[in-house]
Structure formats: structure tokens, C-alpha cells
Design a protein around this ligand. Sequence first.
Ligand SMILES: Cc1ncc(COP(=O)(O)O)c(C=O)c1O
Length: 464
Amino acid sequence: MSGADVSAVDGIGLPWPSSAVRDDAGALSVAGVSATALAAEHGTPAYVLDEGEFRTRARAFVTAFEAAFAQVGTGVDVYYAGKALLTVAVARWAREEGLRVDTASGGELAVALAAGVPGAQIGLHGNNKSDAELAAALDAQVGRIVVDSLGEVERVADLAAVRGVVAPVMVRVTTGVHAGGHEFIATAHEDQKFGLSVHAGPGGGDAPAMRALLRILERPSLHLLGIHSHIGSQILDADGFAQAADAVLRLRADLVARTGVLVDEVDLGGGYGIAYLPGDEQLDPAPVAHRLAAAVARVCTDLGTALPRISIEPGRAIVGPAGITLYTVGTVKPVSVTADDGSTFTRLYVSIDGGMSDNIRPALYGAAYHAELAGRTSSAPPVLARVVGKHCESGDIVVDQVMLPADVAPGDLLAVAATGAYGRSMASNYNLLPRPPVVAVHGGASRVLVRRETVDDLLGLDLG
Ligand SMILES: Cc1ncc(COP(=O)(O)O)c(C=O)c1O
């Protein structure tokens, strides 16, 4: 596909990818490919992923964190959190930019391996990994299995012992630090399913995290690599990370005091925030890396422990802003609404050809997104609109409120910004909608990374 003429046009800014511009015809274009051409070639809905934006963001994390932690005298591994979006090409891009890959299921592990990521550069997470998933990870000689429960410690140890191998494990801990957005994406508070608490329960005794660490040291088929903490998502400053690092480093020091074992690694997880709406801030990795490196160094000095090697696991901050979703408008319906104060106003319901099956986040977390006409600009006055999907749920909302030109009409292309993370990866076939393709754009050309599902694909799964 040839590129649009985007010369002499300024980027349109966040939350769009930095290559996004309006071309001479007014169409949105990303990495030199116009939305109109993308829709004509690949259809809608389609996830469009700017390869350059992904790579730049991935590299920015590696550069920032390596520089900051080198200054305090230790190294960093950046794992791309594949749960945000994992395809074979995406895993390759991550690897080519110097990242490792964090997986959270046997499926994600298989994709990372299919991309040629060496097992040693893959981590496996999950609060309820199956034996098959653990066995696949051991067979692939993954660099780390992050254990999430006391029972899992025994299961990994047994599976490794049967194979005659020593499994490298980390313990996922909860620190009580609550950071980030919606309750469902904040993961280090205590009353949820992930990790083991660093705090002892009301009955006293060792905290669950300490019990797991001690038990791992007792099992010869396990190598205790370190401690892992992930505090949430969509976090915009370093405070929560620094607090969690403090708790994890103290646990590490307690373990030395108890056993003489100083674990080598500390993983501070992902959760770095992005801009979803115009005017939103996004997290800049460099200052956060410097604050975090300083905090880690200070705590280790206070505790008299050597610095651990650090790892982080950004997902959304790498792939989120690199993606947009293209839709076609099908129905436009003005609805008269009575507000709480009795006044009435009109909301324009704009129905698109996808919905909660390709982006569940608004329905799941109340996540806010921004949409614009993608095939043209308009001088019609802006009106209050709600972009809704085609599913049989009134909560099937993709953009709760956005100003769109009053002349938005069936057949218009609509783009939703910052959908690269947790869009395709959380997609479903609700109402038996085939899932949209993932199309990469780069240097004026497009390429399908994951093809569009068809009704035949769905029928092929149904054995009648
Ligand atoms: C353990 C772990 N690491 C990394 C991530 C990635 O988070 P984000 O995409 O917000 O950076 C998650 C997200 O849920 C996670 O649970």
C-alpha cells in the first residue's frame, strides 16, 4: 500500500501516535498510511499498530532505566508485558529493541517462543498456572517463573524435580501499596487474588511472602532468583513504585537476616501510565527511572544490602499509544436526555461496527477514550456524542462522551486513539463477532500481523 502525502503537516499530538497527521484530504494517517486506504484494504473494524511508535517507546524504557540504574551501580532488564498485546511480530520487535518478554499464560508463552525469543529471556506469571503451563515453561527453560501461592511453590518444585532441573523462581508479593486507576487494575492491595502479602496475618507468624521464600530455599529443585511486585496500572508518577520497592527491599533484607541468602533480583512490575484523552499526561520513563534508582539505592544503603538487579514489566506504556482502532459508522441516532437537574439535552448515539468485543475496557473499568472522524474533517459544529458498539448490551459503549461534528453520518470512518494495549488482547467473540485484524503500519506501508477472523473460523470451532 502506498503512503499518503503527509509532507508539511504537523502531528496531531496525544493521544494519537506521534506519526499521526491529517493528510491533504483531511484523512487521519498513521506512519504515512491513511485511514481511508487502511479501511479499503483491510476493512473495519481494524486494530492499527504503528511499529515505529512501539519500537521508540520500547527503546525509551530500556535506555532510561539502564542509564538511571547504571548511575547507582546496578543493571536492569526490561520485560515487555505481553498481556497488553502479543503477536509474533510484536514479540520480535520487543526483542529487537532489547527487551525480554513477560508472559501470563501458556498461549502467551507459545507466541513468545514462536517469535524466537529465547526461553531464558521469558518470564511466566499467573495466579493459577496449570501444570501444563508450568511444564511448558520448564521445558522452554524460561528465565523466571513468578510463583503466586504457597501451593504453586510445591507444584513447580515437584515438576522441576521430575525433570531433573532447577527452576528459577521469583515470589510475587503484595506490599499494600495501592496505585493506579480502577480497583480491578490496582493489584498490590491485600484483598485480591494476586501475590503473597509481605505482612503477617492477625494470627502472627511469618508473612505469607516470607513463608514462600523460606520454603523455596528448602526445595533443591528451585533457585530463588528474587522478589516481584506489581502495584497496578495507569500509574503516572514514581511514588507508588518507590514505596513498593522499599517494602520489597526490606523483605529481601529480612530474608538475609533469617537465612544469610541475599536474592539477586527485584522486579518492580509494570503499570506505567499513558494518555488516553487529549490533554492527559503520560508518564515519562526517564525521570521515573531516576527517582526509582535513587530510591532503591537509598534503601539498600540504609539496609546495608548490595543492590539487586532490577527488572520492570511495562506493557500499556509501550503498545497502548502505538495503536488505534478504525471503525465504520453504521447508525446515527439523536437521543433526548433529561439531566438530574431536569434540563434536557441531546446526545448523539453513533453506532460503529465493533464495540465491547474489541474494546471491553470502557465496560469493564469505565475507561475513557477519544474518537475522531478518520476519513475526513468537517466544519459542522461539534455535538455531544457517545460512540457505541453493535452488541446486545446497553453498556456496550466505546467512547462515553466526545464532541463529534454534527454531520457525522453512516459510512464515516471513526478512529479511537490509544487502543494498542488491552484491546485485541482482551477481545471476545461476543454475539459471535469475528475479531478484527491487527495491521501494522510503518514507513507508508501496512502489513497484517494477525488476520481478521471469519464466521468460518467460528463455525470451525463449533462441533455441532
Ligand atoms: C505482573 C504484571 N506485570 C506487568 C503488567 C503490565 O502492566 P501495564 O500494561 O499497565 O504496564 C501487568 C498488568 O496487569 C501485570 O499484572
